[in-house]
Write a protein that binds this ligand. Structure first.
Ligand code: FES
Length: 120
């Protein structure tokens, strides 16, 4: 059953700006994740590039490229669509692993799934 886990205040996420980081249990491993806001909607993904499974931010919690329209991996420049995590260009195969989110009464939540659990 899906749980909603409070992550941050809505005001902590600004369009195309800094991400809010969090950790999840992905399968049996602790994995970094991040939430961003793009065109007023909140999205979250594992912080794990689809090219080589390493963290993508070029500065702490910064994922957007200079246009503010793409999430970019710092290592080899793979670009991902903020709304879906799909690869747009670069060496990525497939896309980012998406984490469902919701926003209620000024609070952003992430949603658990079969392979995404909170860390105990
Ligand atoms: S590790 Fe992200 S593009 Fe290569």
């Amino acid at each position: 059953m899906t749980q909603r886990i409070a992550l941050c205040h809505s005001t902590d996420l600004i369009n195309s700006a800094q991400a809010v980081p969090f950790d999840v249990l992905y399968g049996t491993r602790v994995c970094a994740a991040f939430a961003i806001r793009y065109q007023d909607q909140v999205y979250a993904y594992l912080n794990r590039c689809a090219h080589v499974p390493m963290e993508m931010d070029y500065q702490s919690n910064r994922f957007f490229d200079s246009s503010g329209h793409w999430l970019m991996c710092a290592t080899h420049g793979a670009m991902y669509q903020p709304q879906t995590g799909a690869c747009r260009s670069g060496p990525c195969r497939g896309g980012l692993i998406k984490i469902e989110t919701s926003e209620v009464d000024g609070v952003v939540h992430w949603h658990t799934a079969d392979n995404l659990k909170p860390i105990e």
